[in-house]
Design a protein around this ligand. Sequence first.
Ligand SMILES: Cc1ncc(COP(=O)(O)O)c(C=O)c1O
Length: 471
Amino acid sequence: MSQEDQQTLSEEMKADDVLFEELRAREYARLDAAAQVYLDFTGGNLYAASQLAAHQKLLTENVFGNPHSTNPSSQLATKLVEETRARVLAFFNATEDYTCVFTANASAALKIVGEGYPFNSDSSFVLLSDNHNSVNGIREFCTSKGGVATYVPVFCEDLQVDEEALDNALAAASGKTNKLFALPAQSNVSGVKHPLRMIRKAQDKGFDVLLDAAAFVPSSPLDLKALLPEFVSVSFYKIFGYPTGLGCLLIRNTVFHKLHKPWFAGGTVAFVSVKNPSYILTENHERFEDGTLNYLDIPAIKIGLDYVSSIGMARISRRVKALAEDMVAALSALKHSNGQRLVRIYGPQSFAQRGGNIILNLFDHTGKAIPTCFVEQLANKQQVSLRSGCFCNPGIDEINYEITEEEISQYFTSNDDKSVEEVIAHLKMMRGAVRISVGIATVRRDIDRFCALLEPFCDKSLDEIIALAKT
Ligand SMILES: Cc1ncc(COP(=O)(O)O)c(C=O)c1O
């Protein structure tokens, strides 16, 4: 970066500090009023006070009825739902190219793809080993039809995808029909933003592409006109916190008819007879929206999108990246007096391809891993919200703990009664990590509070740390 660009960036970041401090005071005052530190933005974003006020005003001042009727309350609901649908498409630069199907969340969007994709005995489902379980689960739809599911590994050093392995997996499916490739735009665990050029690469090999954008879109602009994946999954509460219970599936119009709808329900059919088994499905988004839509909350999506757009997604992205960099620098500086680091952060060193979530483990001064539950216990006591575990993404955990296929297979072939506790005992190792994620409401004192929480771990043995967490 040139000196001039660096100067501009540092001025922009200073302006960001001012803006996001103001936002914190105005929109997220409840955090400081309750002396809370929130570091779980990848779990769920926080809503701004103005979003609630705008939604409450809308509900208080209007009469809404079940959509798709001619009565005025119904017509108003229909109008706002369709305006919101158009707003969602515009937000992702997907107008004209995509159909927006409202769902309960990203998982429900992914299930529509899994259930409806025409998997058969000749199918190939290629996916990264860094995927949320709601994507991993699609393999069951594929393999139950006789198709093959293939995982593409990520490197244990930096959790980035092994693109050579991807090339091989795509090439191995040459000549097959109905091929689907699934990737997360951003890992919900490591924060790695996977290269989106993989979309085109897979399409060139005859694959349809499912882009799970759930962890990416809260802090990165997504331009679907430029990328054109066939399917995209999103949860709205991850972008702006409110409302929960709503997501969407974006289906590229060119493959709309490729997805099979395995049943029909109220709202999805244009014609049904009870005297004859035939029925005619609707030819638009309604086909996949079973029953009555959440018509009171859907307009709050538009309010949320307007809110984040008023700040600017590029600005949110720059801010989150700066905060994540600060967090990593501050955590890396925590050391025992023997020079060993307290914190090990997984993933790439460079921030060029990282988002706002970071996973880490802590080690005592002898190098023993500190079980994540003790970190979480201490954080809970100090009103710091973070998350520990495997985050519904077992692939990354297996890589970080270097668990082999043989070790897992050995347990599953030699045990009739299977339980999670037994798997962990069999593997004889700690599992999981601590995840911290920053977002729109984070300010630098949150990072300071988190580091202050960990500081007492320095120079302590594991037993002393456990005692500390229990007091
Ligand atoms: C990358 C990714 N995909 C899918 C999901 C599932 O989202 P939801 O639980 O809202 O269905 C999540 C949730 O954390 C996620 O981070």
